[in-house]
Design a protein around this ligand. Structure first.
Ligand code: 5GP
Ligand code: ZN
Length: 130
């Protein structure tokens, strides 16, 4: 069984931020920044792309609520909301989860940067639209 299913079942201890019938939010063990939280559906879905639309929508409602609460109460200046989807994107636990990463200042312990690339936008659009 996957590690998050074990946590959801209570077989592995966790610091619970929030829980209801469908969703569990826990502090990430790495605490990349103070308050780094993982929000996950209790049902095992490998990636968020596998979730039914209504379950995903309801998960994200909880993410929005918790992101506000965490940012306010920890006096963060902002937060990153991140879903790593599949190994190529850095997903290491194959039970989908949303990272809430509070941000404090430019020197906090996470760096997310977008480097520029040159692609022909109309070709990219054609590929996306199929
Ligand atoms: P991913 O790279 O899959 O998006 O993120 C997985 C996250 O799960 C990592 O940030 C890692 O620190 C966290 N994690 C892995 N195992 C455990 C665990 O047993 N407990 C908690 N609380 N977090 C975990
Ligand atoms: Zn699982």
């Amino acid at each position: 069984m996957c590690v998050f299913c074990e946590i959801i079942k209570g077989n592995i201890p966790s610091a619970k931020v929030y829980e209801d019938d469908d969703v569990l939010a826990i502090l990430d063990i790495s605490q990349t920044t103070k308050g780094h939280t993982l929000v996950m559906p209790k049902k095992h879905y490998e990636t968020f792309l596998d979730m039914p639309e209504d379950e995903y929508a309801s998960l994200m409602k909880t993410v929005q609520k918790l992101a506000g609460q965490i940012t306010r109460n920890l006096k963060a200046n902002g937060c990153n909301i991140l879903i790593n989807t599949k190994e190529a994107a850095g997903q290491t636990v194959m039970h989908t989860h949303v990272h809430i990463i509070p941000r404090y200042d430019s020197n906090d312990t996470i760096e997310i940067g977008f480097k520029e690339n040159k692609f022909d936008l109309s070709e990219v659009l054609n590929e996306i639209k199929g």
